[in-house]
Design a protein around this ligand. Structure first.
Ligand code: PGA
Length: 249
C-alpha cells in the first residue's frame, strides 16, 4: 500500500512570520495517518525543520544542485538541504524548467544527487496547454519521465508529481478522467521500467490548483496518491482542508 502524501510548495513566498502557519499545521498533525511535507524557501528551511520537530510534518527543498559542493554561486546542494533538516526536494518544477531552462537531463542529475544524499526526489512532469491541445500530453510526459527519472529510483526515494502547466496557479483543473488517464499512464510506465514491485510503490501526486473544495474528488481518482499544492499550502487552514480530505480516503 502506498502511503498518501500531501505536499506543499511555498515557492518564493514566506519570511519568518510565515512559520506561524507551519507551527499551526504541525500542532494539528502530531501523528497523521498520511505523510505531510512542506517545502518552504531555502532561507526558512532550518527554522522550519525546528518548527515541525516531533510532529507528523516533514520539510523539504524546492531545488538542488547536481553536485555536492563547489564553485556554484547561489546554488544549494542536496547535502546542504539534508543538513538543514530536509527529507525531500522538489525537482523539475515547470517554473524551474521555464525560469532556469532546466532540461530533463539536468533534473535527472539533480535527482541522482538528491537520492545519493538520502533525500526523496519529487520529480515534476506536465504538459503545456498547447501540448495538450495538440494531443501530445502522454508523449511529453513519457519523454519527461524517461529523461528525468534516474535508474536508482525506488518507492522510497522517488515521488512523481503530475502538474499540467496550465493548471498551476490558474484555478483550472483537468477533468477527473483526464487526471486518471495521465496517472494510469505514469503508473504503467513506472511498472514497465522498474518492474511491478517498484513501479507500484512509487507515489504519484497530482498538482495544479488543488484546493480544499476539489481535493476529495481528485483523491478519488485511480493512481492519485496525494497532491503537490502551491497557493493553498501557504495557510494552515487551507492546507489542512486538503490533508483532511486525503486522510478521509
Ligand atoms: P498551485 O501550484 O497549487 O498554486 O496551482 C501547484 C504547484 O505549482 O505545485
Amino acid at each position: 500500500m502506498r502511503r498518501k502524501l500531501a505536499a506543499g510548495n511555498w515557492k518564493m513566498n514566506g519570511t519568518g512570520a510565515a512559520l506561524a502557519e507551519l507551527e499551526a499545521l504541525a500542532a494539528r498533525y502530531p501523528t497523521p495517518e498520511v505523510d505531510i511535507l512542506i517545502c518552504p524557501p531555502a532561507t526558512l528551511l532550518e527554522r522550519a525543520a525546528t518548527t515541525v520537530e516531533s510532529s507528523g510534518v516533514a520539510v523539504g527543498g524546492q531545488d538542488c544542485h547536481a553536485e555536492s559542493a563547489g564553485a556554484h554561486t547561489g546554488d544549494i546542494s542536496a547535502e546542504m538541504l539534508r543538513d538543514a533538516g530536509a527529507s525531500a526536494v522538489i525537482l523539475g518544477h515547470s517554473e524551474r524548467r521555464v525560469d532556469h531552462g532546466e532540461q530533463n537531463e539536468d533534473i535527472r542529475a539533480k535527482a541522482r544527487a538528491a537520492m545519493d544524499a538520502g533525500l526523496q526526489a519529487v520529480i515534476c512532469v506536465g504538459e503545456s496547454l498547447e501540448q495538450r491541445e495538440a494531443a501530445n500530453t502522454l508523449d511529453i510526459i513519457g519523454g519527461q519521465m524517461s529523461g528525468s527519472i534516474p535508474d536508482q529510483s525506488t518507492g522510497e526515494n522517488l515521488i512523481i508529481a503530475y502538474e499540467p502547466i496550465w493548471a498551476i496557479g490558474t484555478g483550472k483543473v483537468p477533468t477527473l478522467d483526464e487526471i486518471g488517464a495521465v496517472h494510469d499512464f505514469i503508473r504503467a510506465r513506472l511498472e514497465r521500467r522498474f518492474g511491478e514491485g517498484v513501479g507500484r510503490s512509487v507515489r504519484v501526486l497530482y498538482g495544479g490548483s488543488v484546493k480544499p473544495s476539489n481535493a476529495a474528488e481528485i483523491f478519488g481518482v485511480s493512481n492519485v496518491d496525494g497532491a503537490l499544492v502551491g497557493g493553498a499550502s501557504l495557510k494552515a487552514d487551507d492546507f489542512s482542508g486538503i490533508v483532511d480530505a486525503l486522510r478521509a480516503m
